[in-house]
Ligand binder design. Structure first.
Ligand code: AHR
Length: 556
């Protein structure tokens, strides 16, 4: 077994493959409820198979699963989203025009703001009213040396130029629903209630609606998603689960004014695998008879590995993908624990921070705290994570990649008037076809990848994985190939439908360390081609280290 090599058994004979599907070792993204019937062999050399079971529906994929996150952190807001109306950078009312135009086609269903840890000290009242009267405050991230050593910059001393109206206009421009995170650490519930009033009370009804109108937005914004804090176990207040349950209840009581909008409260859940936090919170909430007031339970998971964003070894490649793949068990573990109290699963999971977190050595500007470049490896993290959410469409109601621009696992990098799309952007463009689709069970069988991790520990991961969804007669299959070296010749069978046409879009890189830069923005872009197809089975080769979308039009 060599590091980063594939476990490449001789070509599978049919009987062996059926054994694998029965659970004898290959990656299986869902198990069929009945034995499989024989397929016609279309790819003599196939070592991998994917079966899509059209009649085994999981749930509708909430468009909000394809959500994003912007925080007043480093270059996300100032330089990223907000350039200001008087900026030489092309803008729409101060918002970077190139960003708006790039976001529209990928349908960002929801945008979380203003943090993150920033939200836990943010007073929304500072960011409303006339710009010239808005106060200057210390940003939470001032404590970070990456910002502190750079002098008096907006990233350190928050000018509040980008506040509630500006954020909600950004959401309108890109067609996203806003998701606002309230400050539970330093502000009382009353101030939160007034933020709801500011955003949602009808024109002319309240003093706050008047301030909103004076800021240029007479009509209510109708904000639905409200986060009750953020990382309450950490920067959000260092609460115990029991203490936070009390806070959650106070903030989300029935008496919060709705003004006709359906309000969906999201509890600030655990970091990664801390299921005990989930268990204790849910039990405490039950004791307070308040489980019914929660719509979503937030979970954060950042994957990481040795090396850096661009300079990494083969082992780092596999370690990062394996770290990202933890999302699967995080979802199922927390879901199981939530059920101990919420038997009907009324409360859904909201993965409102996820992504790859590398060492900060590749930020495109010094003030871009946590800024990092993005390679095809990050694109695979995005693809495999979105596939995981699709496979758990019955559990995950929203997810937000951290963070949109100039930060961790970003879709965009910008500096002044320079702007570039990362490989992760192209994954979101490909996967947009899943939004609102019906997730259907997808059984994947392929040789796994094996490598040697820290302290010579043998490690392994599936070779291929993916998800499928159905929208009318359009079947979307997305697949990641985790192997650095092995293309996977694959038979794809659609049970319950016939193939009329197939269009393949592939994101791959000849150099897995390549990045898109301001000077060379198109080094990693997706490529689309038609694939000949008929009958029920398709032969397709997934390139090594790639993300692929097959858009299959089904016959009648
Ligand atoms: O996304 C960066 C930070 O990571 C967020 O502010 C915080 O919520 C998390 O710890």
């Amino acid at each position: 077994m060599r590091n980063g090599t594939d476990d490449r058994p001789p070509r599978l004979r049919r009987r062996e493959f059926m054994g694998l599907l029965a659970g004898a070792g290959a990656a299986v993204a869902g198990m069929p409820r009945r034995p499989l019937r024989a397929w016609s062999r279309v790819a003599a050399q196939a070592d991998s198979r994917i079966e899509i079971l059209l009649d085994e529906s999981i749930a509708t994929i909430a468009p909000e699963v394809y959500g994003h996150f912007v925080e007043h952190l480093g270059g996300v807001i100032y330089d990223g989203v907000w350039v200001g109306e008087d900026s030489p950078v092309a803008n729409i009312g101060g918002i970077r025009r190139a960003l708006v135009e790039a976001l529209k086609p990928i349908g960002p269903a929801v945008m979380r703001w203003p943090g993150g840890c920033f939200a836990d000290a943010y007073d929304w009242r500072d960011g409303v009213g006339p710009q010239e009267r808005r106060p200057r405050r210390t940003n939470t991230w001032e404590n970070d040396r990456g910002i502190r050593d750079l002098g008096t910059i907006p990233q350190r001393f928050e000018p509040n130029a980008f506040g509630t109206n500006e954020f909600l206009r950004f959401c309108r421009l890109i067609g996203a629903q806003p998701y606002l995170a309230a400050n539970v650490r330093t502000l009382p519930a009353q101030v939160f209630h007034e933020w709801v009033e500011y955003c949602n009370s009808p024109a002319g009804s309240t003093t706050w609606s008047g301030v909103r109108a004076a800021g240029g937005d007479p009509d209510p914004f109708g904000v639905r998603y409200w986060g009750v804090g953020n990382e309450s176990w950490g920067c959000g207040g260092n609460f115990t689960p029991e203490e936070y349950a009390g806070e959650f209840r106070r903030f989300s009581t029935w008496a919060v004014p709705t003004y006709g909008a359906e309000l969906s409260f999201i509890g600030a859940g655990p970091s990664g695998g801390d299921v005990d936090w989930t268990r204790r919170f849910f039990r405490a909430l039950r004791e307070r008879n308040a489980v019914g007031s929660m719509w979503g339970w937030a979970l954060h998971h950042y994957c990481s590995a040795g090396g850096e964003a661009v300079a990494y070894t083969d082992v780092d490649w596999y370690d990062l993908l394996a770290s990202a793949d933890r999302m699967e068990s995080l979802i199922t573990d927390h879901w199981q624990v939530m059920r101990e109290v919420d038997r009907e699963h009324r409360v859904k999971l909201v993965v409102d921070e996820w992504g790859a977190w590398h060492k900060m050595t590749t930020n495109v500007a010094p003030a871009h705290l946590f800024g990092q470049q993005s390679t095809i490896r990050d694109a695979l993290v995005a693809g495999l994570t979105l596939d995981t959410f699709n496979r758990h469409a019955d559990k995950v109601a929203m997810a937000n990649l951290a963070q949109l621009i100039n930060c961790l696992h970003s879709l965009f990098l910008a500096d002044g008037d320079r702007f570039v799309l990362t490989p992760t952007y192209h994954v979101f463009a490909m996967y947009a076809a899943h939004q609102g689709g019906q997730a259907v069970r997808t059984v994947v069988s392929a040789p796994g990848v094996h490598w040697t991790g820290e302290r010579d520990a043998p490690r392994s991961l599936w070779g291929l994985n993916g998800s499928s969804s159905l929208t009318g007669r359009r079947l979307t299959l997305t697949v990641t190939n985790s192997s650095l070296t092995a293309p996977r010749e694959t038979e794809i069978a659609v049970r319950g439908g016939t193939l009329r046409s197939v269009v393949a879009t592939t994101l791959a890189a000849t150099d897995v360390h390549a990045v898109n830069t301001f000077e060379q923005p198109n080094r990693i872009v997706s490529v689309t081609k038609n694939v000949a197809a008929s009958g029920r089975v398709l032969a397709y080769t997934f390139p090594a280290a790639s993300v692929t979308k097959l858009e299959i039009t089904l016959g009648g």
